[in-house]
Design a protein around this ligand. Structure first.
Ligand code: 5GP
Length: 113
């Protein structure tokens, strides 16, 4: 199977601004930021969509959330940020390798639309 865009970034075949990496995930700057801070928190395991995850992915999913909180703290985002997961093309997903968007640095309206 061909690699996802994010696997190519993880494998350094495509360059990206890497903010953080550990054994389970990588955090990069979004190439088309929708807020002053727009990061992507990406598991190294390829899970195409959140709805494809299983009980086996519990640790990874929890880890992504914890990393989001730690990065937000390290970047001094003043505990003000939003996490978004687009699940499926109709919800705006364009890269089918699970990722959390972390957005901050501007007013974040609700509902998000
Ligand atoms: P989705 O639409 O699947 O929720 O989010 C995919 C995100 O990946 C988009 O916000 C898009 O800007 C970002 N993206 C697409 N291609 C690249 C790339 O080559 N590098 C980086 N850093 N981000 C990308």
């Amino acid at each position: 199977m061909s690699k996802t865009l994010f696997e190519k970034i993880i494998d350094r075949e495509i360059s990206a601004d890497i903010i953080f990496e550990d054994e389970l995930c990588i955090v990069i700057k979004d190439i088309s930021p929708q807020a002053p801070t727009h990061l992507l928190i990406i598991p190294k395991k390829v899970i195409p969509k959140l709805s494809d995850s299983t009980e086996d992915d519990k640790q990874i999913l929890g880890h992504l959330m914890l990393v989001a909180g730690k990065i937000a703290d390290q970047l001094g985002l003043d505990e003000t940020f939003r996490l978004v997961i687009n699940n499926g093309a109709k919800a705006g997903q364009s890269v089918f390798h699970l990722h959390l968007h972390l957005l901050s640095g501007r007013p974040l309206n609700w509902p998000p639309g």
